[in-house]
Design a protein around this ligand. Structure first.
Ligand SMILES: [Zn+2]
Length: 316
């Protein structure tokens, strides 16, 4: 319970938005749709009601607060929170993954590469970030990383691999939220978005004794409705300016080769800055992450360092 009453919400909402240039192909929407299928397949070993794979004990404070006694599955229940003010959430129509508004009336990163004033999307030093873990492949990546990186974790995987989560933490890497179960947030109701954030935060708190400051929306799916809810948790969005599309090595047939990705990495290295999106859920992508780490060298930053920000909202 202590985690709930210690949230300090001091965020001021501005409406200014910055558009950054497209650096992806016109087929973004197709790629995003494909990715949703790929990523969900990595977490579908839990049913929608109970998370049987969870190893992290369900804490007493969460039992008394939620009335539950187990971690949820891919559809976590909405638990009301007294610091969430629904009046601060803009009324933006829901939209399914892979669809975009016809005109740019919303600051959407997945549709328009639009970022808001407090979104982090680049870094003074070229730096790797890893999404969708922890996984059984994360450990080997950790053993070989020579720099401090940022890992955006799924709550479902945090409670499934709590010891790997804490290994990431003990090696000095930064942990952020990638939501509870990788849903496309703009397609969810306000309550469902809150559930995705709150359960992810509770998993991180129960496992790592901290509350995340940084989150990455799955598929880059974000608009001002998602941002307004995340800000009430004290969190800021982290996007990217360099997408490795490493997961496309796992598509069938593969849509991307290691050579193509390494060519991009060397080009980005010449530019000398930016945030690279990678994934620590496959052997192929974690092996490649190790190679990329050797190419870029250890001179990298966590996303908190990129913007001279704090690591966590609170550490217990
Ligand atoms: Zn993801």
């Amino acid at each position: 319970m202590n985690c709930l009453i210690t949230f300090l919400i001091t965020l001021i909402t501005f409406t200014n938005a910055i558009f950054i240039p497209f650096n992806n192909s016109p087929n973004d929407q197709i790629e995003i749709t494909n990715k949703s299928i790929t990523s969900i397949s990595s977490i579908n070993d839990t049913n929608s009601l109970i998370n049987a794979a969870a190893k992290q004990p369900f804490p007493e404070w969460l039992k008394s607060f939620t009335g539950l006694n187990k971690w949820p599955g891919i559809n976590p229940p909405y638990i009301p929170l007294d610091f969430i003010d629904f009046n601060k959430i803009p009324n933006i129509p829901l939209r399914p993954a892979g669809t975009c508004p016809v005109i740019r009336t919303q600051c959407s990163f997945d549709c328009f590469k639009c970022v808001s004033h407090d979104d982090v999307y680049t870094c003074p030093k070229l730096s790797q970030t890893f999404d969708d873990g922890p996984s059984k492949f994360t450990l080997n990546l950790l053993k070989n990383l020579k720099s401090k990186s940022t890992f955006f974790t799924l709550g479902l995987n945090v409670v499934k691999y709590p010891e790997i989560y804490n290994e990431i933490k003990s090696r000095g890497h930064l942990l952020g939220s990638h939501t509870w179960s990788h849903k496309f947030l703009p397609s969810l109701t306000n309550e469902e978005i809150i559930a995705q954030f709150e359960w992810s935060i509770w998993a991180m708190n129960a496992t790592g004794n901290h509350l995340p400051k940084w989150y990455r929306p799955p598929y880059g799916g974000i608009d001002d409705r998602v941002r307004s809810i995340a800000r009430m948790f004290g969190m800021q969005a982290v996007l990217w300016d360099h997408d490795s599309f490493d997961w496309q090595m796992e598509s069938s047939p593969p849509q991307r080769t290691k050579k193509q990705i390494l060519n991009d990495i060397n080009r980005w290295k010449d530019q000398g800055r930016g945030i690279i999106l990678e994934h620590d859920v496959y052997k192929s992508t974690t092996d490649l992450g190790i190679e990329i780490n050797k190419i870029i060298s250890s001179d990298q930053m966590t996303v908190a360092q990129c913007v001279d920000g704090v690591d966590y909202v609170k550490v217990f």
